[in-house]
Design a protein around this ligand. Structure first.
Ligand SMILES: [Zn+2]
Length: 462
């Protein structure tokens, strides 16, 4: 099972709270034996979490916020009044946004509208009326454009007018070890996911520009986008631990491993920094400054590698592509998460995001020849008919208010892949692990370019 990227992917609510019962096979963890995925709501539970006794299920608190989350303005959903039909709502909820849990959701479906519980005692419900036939939302509800809405090409390069933001996952550099994205099997050599995604993004940007696209990088160096640092988040970290039943946590994790390390203020504040505050800052940049038509989130995956000082190779190598969806009932108890899901759903982002992700997955499959990863945890589900596409509720693909294609190719601790990644980017073939091999970074870039090109060539006016 995935270690590096997916065990600790941005997007899981950070508040430690009652955890849903494990519904899948135990998941081996990388360095720590216990991750936030196991002590946060909505994330894939793996082993028995060391949290306080769960609150009885009758006590559903709908006013909670995700970690560092902001109270939503529910009145914004009024822009979607009478734009979506009930049939559309039910179809997309079933096919994309629901995790197919039988538990009742915190909203009520009526024949002509949906009534959502806001969690705000002064205005406890928000009602969005359904349309009798599908209508466009009011202007101003989105800044991104569908391929079909692009101006005709009239002989210009195929990606002209398309604004693509590339989000190189993680931070890298001096933060790679803190964010557990640093892998070294021998002295003097190492790969960092945050640096590999940046190199890939820079090469990808040039290729897309050459095809006419306007390209923005969400991060262009191995430095955080957020101006917060772990020391700014110590109080929030302590509160998370207190609410989880650990009111007197250890401050630092020096010489600690596993659960003991995770239950320190230091570890929690670092996590809040690089996983939550960082993604929130990127979302603000994407939504308020860049305003792209699509975001490509670049990651490299990994399997459990055990102790970071003595990592293990994995025989597995695979790829998958994520779209937003698969919200669990526990995640939906958080009012900001609930609002953001409704905002995405009524914006019909999925209508563009899924076919775009399918096109990119097809390009990536041809370029990398990697098999599809198969999830065994309930935090992801297949959507559509492409074996490589899963829906997950990640912080990035929930907060970025436009179509997001979130890529997870390559297992960094697969031995041959690791050696290819050590060689970085190059053209042609070089002798690696006993045979002539292409650059994994180059294959990644080629895969995305061919997928994006195929999508826009098919869907935009010529
Ligand atoms: Zn990653």
């Amino acid at each position: 099972m995935l270690a590096c990227c997916l065990m600790v992917t941005p997007g899981m609510p950070q508040t430690i709270a009652p955890v849903p019962p494990p519904a899948a096979a135990p998941v081996p963890a990388p360095t720590p034996a216990l991750t936030p995925a196991q002590i946060t709501p909505g994330a894939a539970p793996a082993t028995t979490p060391p949290v306080a006794p769960p609150i009885p299920p009758t006590v559903t608190r709908l006013d909670r916020l995700s970690a560092l989350g902001t109270k939503p303005d529910w009145s914004k959903l009024q822009a979607f009044h009478q734009t979506l039909t009930r049939a559309e709502f039910e179809t997309v909820m079933r096919d994309v946004y629901s995790d197919l849990s039988p538990l009742p959701p915190p909203w009520k479906l009526e024949s002509d509208g949906v009534v959502v519980k806001t969690g705000d005692p002064s205005k406890p419900e928000a009602r969005i009326a359904f349309a009798t036939r599908a209508e466009s939302p009011l202007p101003g509800t989105r800044t991104w454009r569908r391929a079909a809405e692009m101006p005709p090409l009239k002989g210009r390069p195929p990606l002209s007018d398309v604004h693509i933001a590339i989000d190189p996952g993680h931070i890298g550099g001096g933060y790679a070890q803190m964010e557990e994205r640093y892998l070294s099997f021998a002295p003097g050599e190492a790969i960092q996911e945050g640096q590999l995604t940046l190199i890939t993004a820079q090469i990808l940007a040039e290729r897309l520009k050459a095809l006419g696209a306007y390209v923005s990088l969400v991060r262009d160096r191995t430095e955080p986008v957020t101006d917060k640092r772990p020391s700014d988040l110590v109080d929030a970290a302590r509160q998370i631990l207190t609410e989880a039943g650990f009111p007197q946590p250890q401050e630092n994790y020096t010489n600690l491993t596993g659960d003991a390390k995770i239950l320190t203020v230091q570890w929690q504040s670092e996590k809040l920094f690089y996983r939550v505050s960082e993604i929130q800052a990127r979302a603000k940049k994407v939504n308020e400054t860049i305003k792209p038509d699509v975001v490509l989130c670049l990651h490299f995956n990994a399997e459990a590698w055990g102790d970071a000082t003595a990592p293990q190779f994995s025989p597995m190598n695979h790829m998958h592509v994520l779209v937003n969806g698969c919200y669990s009932p526990v995640e939906l108890e958080q009012q900001d998460v609930r609002f953001e899901m409704f905002h995405r759903l009524f914006s019909r982002i999925h209508d563009e995001e899924l076919p775009l992700a399918e096109a990119v997955a097809n390009g990536m499959r041809s370029a990398t020849e990697l098999p599809a990863y198969v999830y065994t945890t309930p935090n992801a589900r297949h959507v559509g008919s492409n074996a490589y596409i899963y829906a997950r509720n990640l912080l990035a693909n929930r907060l970025y208010q436009c179509p997001v294609v979130y890529l997870e190719p390559f297992v960094m601790n697969h031995e041959e892949t690791y050696r290819r990644l050590l060689n970085g980017h190059y053209l042609g073939r070089t002798l690696t692990a006993g045979r002539l091999q292409t650059s994994a970074v180059e294959d990644y870039v080629r895969g995305i370019v061919s997928g994006i090109l195929a999508y826009y060539q098919k869907h935009r006016p010529s």
